[in-house]
Design a protein around this ligand. Structure first.
Ligand SMILES: Cc1cc2nc3c(=O)[nH]c(=O)nc-3n(C[C@H](O)[C@H](O)[C@H](O)COP(=O)(O)O)c2cc1C
Length: 388
């Protein structure tokens, strides 16, 4: 298995931790959460511009009898110039086809293989894949065993804490140990809790205490301060951030600045005692956000997408960005009505360049949600269906 550009080397098997080093060794790890329709090559490039996470994960490769690794997802591996490693995520349950896909992906520059055990879309979990697997620990046992045998390098898992309850949780964590998983990302909600319930960080702490590999804490980590608080509460090795990295692409840089220290955070030296004061953390202005939107527009534009379709795609990202622009949600209201590039950027200019030095809020404004009319993910884990 090759490692991605600049991604470092894989520690030898049998060492205390086989995970790839982060950008600043000794600091808690950061990762961009895999997000379907979001974490493609252009988006990763934009994130890297503002401060890359330690690890990237692809959106999921769908695995079934007729599947071949999707070309557009392969691009995020082959053309990765972010300097950070990219894990290839798979969703599926058929052992033969999962192993076949792993073998195919091993010829690409991947940091490792990640198994999706969390997608909450009914269309997905009804096929017993993604979050659906969490109902069937025996199936997980078989699948983890086969994948572990097939992956010579890093094998990682991303899971929720259960399907509709946490009754299988500790059993599944035992299977993570049994099969020597190298890194575990835990989204602290059940499948049925979707994306908007409270996150059960206490259950992430249970994973940290139970498994032998490093754990990334995931779910509603909105800022560097929140990341620090979640690390202190859970004892996790790092954080995985999704929607709030779309809202605030500086978040990984801010985490790094917040964590900056020569000391390593350990159980005997709690993170709170080694954190930098918040004042040394970069604070973007509304003008910086205007520049981010222009960059995202340019990077995600392709000749085959008509202008209106591209504007519609931009609105999906801007639903998240708008949560921190103004407390009344006026930017969101106007942005959702724009149909053309000119209209969209006129809205941006009005809201972001009238007071360009005003700070972009670190946390989302209370009550401003990304997709107010869309409560349940239906088809898949896409921006059309996932709320904030
Ligand atoms: C638009 C969108 C797409 C997602 N697609 C995936 C995916 O492909 N694989 C996966 O494991 N999780 C997926 N997720 C879940 C995220 O990785 C993450 O676990 C979840 O959003 C919670 O983290 P957050 O609160 O930081 O966003 C998706 C989430 C969103 C919002």
């Amino acid at each position: 298995m090759s490692s991605a550009d600049g991604g470092g080397t894989i520690s030898p098997a049998g060492s205390a931790s086989r995970v790839l080093p982060g950008l600043l060794p000794g600091q808690p790890l950061t990762a961009l959460a895999p997000m379907q329709d979001v974490t493609d090559l252009p988006f990763m490039r934009v994130m890297a511009h503002y401060g890359a996470p330690d690890y990237f994960f692809t959106e999921f490769f769908r695995v079934h009898g007729q599947s071949r690794p999707e070309k557009h997802i392969l691009r995020s591996l082959v053309e990765n110039q972010t300097g950070r490693p990219v894990f290839a995520q798979l969703i599926g349950e058929d052992v033969t086809h999962m192993v076949r896909t792993v073998k195919e992906l091993l010829s690409y520059p991947i940091a490792g293989i990640d198994l999706n055990m969390g997608c909450p879309a009914p269309k997905i979990y009804k096929k017993n894949v993604g979050g659906g697997l969490l109902r069937d620990p025996a199936r997980i046992d078989t699948l983890l065993g086969a994948l572990r045998d097939a992956v010579p390098g890093l094998f990682t898992v991303k899971m929720r804490i259960g399907f509709d309850s946490t009754e299988n949780y500790e059993r599944v964590l035992g299977l993570i140990n049994k099969h020597g998983v190298d890194l575990l990302s835990v989204h602290g909600r059940t499948v049925k809790e979707g994306y908007r319930s409270n996150v059960h960080y206490d259950h992430i702490a249970i994973a940290v205490r139970t498994v032998r590999c490093p754990v990334l804490a995931n779910g509603n980590i909105t800022s560097a301060d929140k990341a620090a608080a979640v690390l202190a509460e859970t004892g996790a090795a790092g954080v995985m951030l999704g929607r709030h990295a779309i809202r605030n692409p500086w978040i990984f840089r801010q985490c790094r600045e917040r964590f900056a220290t020569s000391a390593t955070h350990t159980a005997s030296r709690p993170l709170s005692s080694v954190l930098c004061p918040p004042s040394s953390v970069f604070a973007p202005t509304l003008a910086d956000v205007r520049e981010y939107i222009a960059r995202l527009y340019r990077e995600t534009q392709t000749p085959d997408i008509p202008e209106r379709a591209h504007v519609a795609k931009m609105k999906k990202y801007l639903n998240f960005v708008g949560q921190s622009v103004d407390a009344e949600g006026k930017f969101l209201h106007e942005m959702r009505r724009a149909m053309t590039e000119t209209e969209l950027f006129a809205v941006c200019d009005r809201h972001l360049l009238t007071e360009p030095t005003k700070p972009f809020a670190t946390e989302p404004y209370p009550g401003i949600i990304a997709r107010p009319n869309c409560e349940t993910p239906v088809e898949s884990c896409s921006l059309d269906t996932v709320t904030a």
